[in-house]
Design a protein around this ligand. Structure first.
Ligand code: KIV
Ligand code: ZN
Length: 474
């Protein structure tokens, strides 16, 4: 059965750019738009043309250069904004005008100082006007967003949505502007619109969730489960305040948990990491290390038990392959939580194979060292190995003179090329075995595969029995 296709609307260049420290110049926006095109997003919201000449030019340049995706320009619900957006979009192969107007009483009373009736009329008029500029165009693509929809009286929201559909809107976006809603509640709101608004089945319903309570992705998915077919999101989840729903998380949640979210997107997931890195480089805003999917720790393992499991079968601790999101490989980080199994492997990769007792000694010294310097690099390990092999200086002497050996390390331990190649063997995105009866077993690494040297592909020297392996992990 065909899975419903979800339109991925990327707003990194508009809502994302609104986050402090993330502004981009025209050239940088164009570069990122080209990367978003490679990523396979369906819609790129390129900017807010009335906001500045720079934004206008960026929308214009992107519209002229990036031809596959729809290019959207944002406009407030007034003639001047709509005309400016339309002007910027002139060269686009597939233009979209995105009109917004707040609908919650809080915004109407305190920000816009208009009545509900005035709001309804203004929304209707703005969409009509946007539609009229498309008069000679084949694709009359107009999106309307009732800003602060999730804090809007539902009956009034239904009225506004019905009015803009009648005026010609083709997509209706439901923003959780302040990141206030809960997944179940947001799902119910989308459902209520589908059940109560005349003409809603002719348009695409879209989600636009902010992350103030850390629920933007969960809310977006709840929207999709209740009938939304477009998700607005940003790379690395950047955006106003706590940000927007992270594109990479939405896409991979649907892909890895296709059993729960049976939807398709056009995103080439292997481009996710490159897109995340491109954005971080341009904005100089680093990705938080534990960021899902694209953070530097997303595929790193330090705990001994985890490293031991990974060396036997990656299914134990990874639910998707790093390659499926464009991350070159998994990393075993040698730190104080590492176990003998990972240490032995690294020693072997550095050309030193130890008997059990020797390895115990190397491990004993390694733990003392790791306690001091957080991450043990190859140079540190080689020095330590040399000491053990020569039966030379004890670690006590080294620890007493920290300036002499093992300077504090800051970089992470790189894996050798052979490791990378072997880790690259998997191709599909999901590593997780599906519930009984499912045929989507993970990427040629079924649970029964005997342990091999996961990083080098060659059989890993057996230093110890299976049960000991587990204890070694500790
Ligand atoms: O969060 C919001 O309400 C917006 C609208 C302009 C869509 O970004
Ligand atoms: Zn927003």
């Amino acid at each position: 059965m065909d899975r419903p296709r979800i339109t991925i609307f990327d707003t990194t260049l508009r809502d994302g750019e609104q986050s402090p420290g993330c502004s981009m110049n025209v050239q940088e926006k164009l570069h990122l738009a080209q990367q978003l095109d490679c990523l396979g997003v369906d819609v790129i919201e390129a900017g807010f043309p009335i906001a500045s000449d720079g934004d206008f030019e960026a929308v214009q340049r992107i519209a002229a250069t990036v031809r596959r995706p729809v290019i959207a320009g944002l406009a407030r619900a007034c003639k001047g904004d709509v005309d400016r957006a339309w002007q910027a979009l002139q060269g686009a192969a597939r233009p979209r005008i995105h009109v917004f107007l707040a609908t919650s009483d809080i915004h109407l009373q305190h920000k816009l100082r208009i009545t509900r009736e005035q709001c309804l009329e203004q929304a209707r008029e703005a969409v009509r006007h946007a539609k009229s500029v498309f008069a000679k165009s084949v694709c009359a693509d107009v999106e309307f967003s009732p800003e602060d929809a999730t804090r809007t009286d539902v009956r009034f929201l239904c009225q506004v949505v019905e009015a803009v559909i009648a005026a010609g809107a083709t997509t209706v976006n439901i923003p959780d502007t302040v990141g206030y809603t809960m997944p179940e509640e947001y799902g119910q709101l989308i459902r209520a619109l589908r059940e109560n608004v005349a003409g809603i089945d002719k348009v695409t319903i879209s989600t636009h969730c902010h992350n103030d309570l850390g629920l933007a992705v969960a809310n977006s998915l709840a929207g999709v489960q209740n009938g939304a077919r477009q998700v607005e999101c940003t790379i690395n989840g950047i955006g106003e305040r706590a940000g927007n729903a992270a594109l990479e998380e939405v896409v991979m949640a649907m892909r890895v948990r296709g059993d729960r979210y049976p939807y398709e997107t056009g995103v080439a997931s292997e481009q996710l990491y490159a897109s995340s890195q491109a954005l971080a480089e341009i904005t100089r805003v680093p990705v938080q290390p534990n960021k899902a999917i694209t953070g530097r720790n997303a595929f790193a393992h330090e705990a001994g038990i985890h490293q031991d499991g990974m060396l036997k079968n990656a299914l134990t601790y990874e639910i998707m392959t790093p390659q499926s999101v464009g991350v070159p490989d998994s990393r075993l980080v040698l730190g104080k939580h590492s176990g003998r199994h990972a240490l032995a492997l690294r020693c072997e990769q550095l050309g030193h194979q130890f008997e059990r007792r020797e390895l115990d000694e190397v491990y004993r010294r390694f733990v003392v060292l790791a306690d001091r310097i957080k991450k043990v690099q190859d140079s540190h390990l080689l020095e330590l190995i040399e000491d053990v092999v020569r039966g030379g200086v004890g670690l006590g002497a080294t620890a007493a003179d920290p300036g002499r050996k093992f300077p504090p390390a800051t970089a992470t331990l790189p894996l050798p090329r052979a490791a990378t190649a072997a880790a690259g063997a998997g191709s599909s995105e999901s590593r997780a075995a599906q519930p009984t009866g499912s045929d989507s077993q993970a990427e040629g690494r079924p649970g029964g595969t005997p342990p091999t040297n996961w990083f080098s592909g060659a059989p890993f020297a057996e230093h110890h029995a299976e049960q000991e392996d587990y204890l070694w992990g500790v």
